[in-house]
Ligand binder design. Sequence first.
Ligand code: AHN
Ligand code: ZN
Length: 337
Amino acid sequence: MTMKIHAITYSMWAALLLLLVCCGGMGSRSAAKAEPEVARVVDVPEFNADSAYAYVARQVAFGPRVPNSEAHRACGDYLVQQLKDFGALVDEQCDVVDAFDGTPLQMRNIIGSYQPENRKRLLLCAHWDCRPWADNDPDEKNYHTPVDGANDGASGVGVLLEVARQIQQQQPELGVDIIFFDVEDYGVPQFMDDVYDGNSWCLGSQYWARTPHVSDYNARFGILLDMVGGRDATFYKEGFSEEYAPAVLDKVWNKAHAAGYGKYFPKRSGDYVTDDHLPVNRIARIPCIDIIPMMRDSERSSFGDTWHTVNDNMEHIDRNTLKAVGQTVLEVIYNEE
Ligand code: AHN
Ligand code: ZN
């Protein structure tokens, strides 16, 4: 009995559906002339913050990834392998660069590319090296201790590894290049502030911007992630990003607000920061923004209390911040066409 009722109901629904489809088809055809095209509906993947957190912890477990150290070499191998496992075409730029004090540093920029043949591209980047000195530590005895770089280094890379994992599962419209820049954080230490500072930071990105991994490289825009794992981080609009890539900033901040992460992304101007996005903007001439925290009431540094201290460790990494930044990046890249 119930079977019969179901059968009747189903056929009735089918008939009704057929009617609706036909009418809808006619209706939309006549309406198409008058109304603007409907926005493309995109399926944006869910960023997994636990996964990103695990990639941060994995890097930190190698020890401080200071250039010329064993931890640096081993972590570099891990990053290359991870990008390959996530289906990227991996390129490396290995060379020796000179630090401000003449120390030769084994530099290794690591690039993972998706859809390398696609001419429409996006650039996502973060530095993966660690600072050799905790020169902003409250205790002077720690000045010569290298930092764990859980936030300063590993967080941006961890978020981008999770983005890579998502891209492998579902390709966006554009090709994507993920670049892990090396030797960002070997800038003149505060205890040597008599030394000329100028270009002592960002040596890996300077190298890449002068000699990209493919000739005539171009991308529609770039997003740099730096220190994106701190608790209650606030990402104000960084000064050089506003100067070189204001439209990119607006796009990213709007997506963050639409996705519910507005409290992390105040629509207000922040400081100017010398970071890896500068060579990308000035030398490679690709508009690139920097997502970097500015903490109004932090006492030790505007980048947060743990910046360049021995406390930049896993204890101070917050999955919620990784999620806010990672989901925002996914919203941006999957909405490009
Ligand atoms: C300066 O302090 C000049 N720039 C900050 C860039 C940086 C250091 N990002 C991470 N560590
Ligand atoms: Zn640093």
